[in-house]
Ligand binder design. Sequence first.
Ligand code: ATP
Ligand code: MG
Length: 668
Amino acid sequence: MASDAMIDGLDPEQSSAVSAPRGPVCVLAGAGTGKTRTITRRIAHLVDAGHVSPGQVLAVTFTARAAGEMRERLRALGIRGDGGQVQARTFHAAAMRQLKYFWPQVVGSSDWQLLDRKFAVVGQAASKVGLPTSTDSVRDLAGEIEFAKASLVAPEDYPAFVARIRRDSPFDPAKVAAVYDGYEALKSRNPDAVLLDFDDLLLHTAAALENSSAVAEEFRDRYRCFVVDEYQDVTPLQQRVLDAWLGDRDDLTVVGDANQTIYSFTGATPKFLLDFSRRFPDATVVRLERDYRSTPQVVSLANRVIGAARGRIAGTRLQLIGQRDSGPEPTFVEYDDESAEAAGVARSIKRLIDKGVEPANIAVLYRINAHSEAHEQALTSLEIPYQIRGGESFFVRAEVRQAVSAIRVGAGRGDLPDDARRGDGLPSLVRALLAPLGLTTSEPTGAQAREKWASLQALVALTEELVLQVPDLDVDGLLREFAARAEARHPPVVQGVTLASLHAAKGLEWDAVFLVGLTDGTLPITHALGENNSSPDEAAVEEERRLLYVGVTRARVHLELSWALARNAGGRKSRRRSRFLVGLVPDDSPASRIAAPTAQKKRPVCRVCGKPLIGTTATMLGRCDACPSDVDMELLEALRAWRLEKSRELKVPAYVVFSDNTLTAIAE
Ligand code: ATP
Ligand code: MG
């Protein structure tokens, strides 16, 4: 039995996982059900009950930060002691530590060194094969090599493997295989020390334990108990390391949620989680359904998002049951354009902060890192502090700095046509100057190239936006504006609002979450949909849906989902809200739409019908000719409130958020 302190505040299922006898334990549960809390308590219980000393426990988490948080939580539970500390680390950090220790025993005299010039070596290998050696190309090739190694696929097997899994790649697979082969050969030829990349750390750790019984014995004497968080995103290579750690033992606790598998592109797979009880028939398998993180409203939306998933693997159909008190319905907001969306989100954030929500308890989550620019700007202009998690501020990113300097250099040339310098000319000029950096007309293939492309697109969009505001803006003015924006950005503030990609938000939670940019083509992302949406890759689309599920389940109380119909103010409204929102937002409801508060929308509006006022008399009167003067404004406000109430009562998750045409909607 677990001591009272260790199961205090846990539900019966969580307690059963915490106090299960030593041996295999699998917690298969949805988001916010307390998986991370449960494994921390299980470690504490095993130590507290004297089953293991802290130093004999190796807990693996997904990020170094999560590992730090786990150590912190264990300290808070009073877990430390003579056996040393619990080792809570990422797979890589754990392997590096072990390899440093075991290397002399396994290899002897020659030393190893972490490969710090990886891209240079990949570039060398790429040039031998005749592939481009541009930064993007090399980075994408390095990503492919990492993917192959994480999947335990050798160079010669790579082409058949990627064909089988229909992997989206910009390169000829046979050439990638040749680069991969060449890269390994170049590394092994280093004269001073054996060069290891991050994946080699894992491979060598596994090999050291597999090939040397002395090493295996010493290791297994030292570590007796293993715990893995976020097990749905383990790669075959990480699993091999885990198997090597275990040997023929089975003291392993894993927790995961197959519905949160969002790292397949790196080789991660939920199959180990889903096969756990077949592999360990004696395993204690615990399913948690109670959601402690989110209000029932958020939980209900999460259930609907994941309930619509297609081709799900058996065993993943878990319904979350909200445990928290009722809260506001999630809000769906449609904006005219991206900067209106960012401004609207920033205003909502300001309102929350004014009501007492700490900035650190608020997050804005996006699919594409380039989306941070608009939100950084909008938060900056309202003086709201923020931090970017797992990334850099937009204007600090290498590709953005390179792009700005290309504009500066290009603009300095004397041979530019006059009309390219100002009024519609400026965006075309910027586009032309950025074309050599990778601003192609259609989205490129390759993760790096896409990421960079999205940043360049964001710069062009920003240019278009600025030209709309200042029609005679010239290149110098544009560069001054970029510089001013870069300068105005807050230095990262730990206690600020978090800006993060959906991928970087895994495992975390905030009181208020804003999921932004939810259009088809962003979530799901274009390349999951195929050329012109012609041949969607179903597996990729489903992974995008899981990203939305991860996003939704980060919110404790407030959740707002938004999208913009056009990229720029006044631009063509060619976008559609994400297909994942179909059925969640009532299609025919004018109430789910908010007009963008763009410059032109700031025109005075009629207090009765909400339409823009034309002419000074109407402006003075505050209403247009067509509207009666004796409208009872109180009654209208009451109607508006009634409509909000009604939408809650009908459990329609969308309702009017204040906008100029709210009143029109009611009048209709
Ligand atoms: P994710 O899948 O997103 O990683 P998780 O299953 O790991 O989520 P936790 O982060 O462990 O969930 O817990 C979610 C929240 O619920 C945390 O704030 C945690 O403190 C709280 N919580 C977990 N279990 C309980 C409980 N029994 N009583 C009250 N609060 C709980
Ligand atoms: Mg967790």
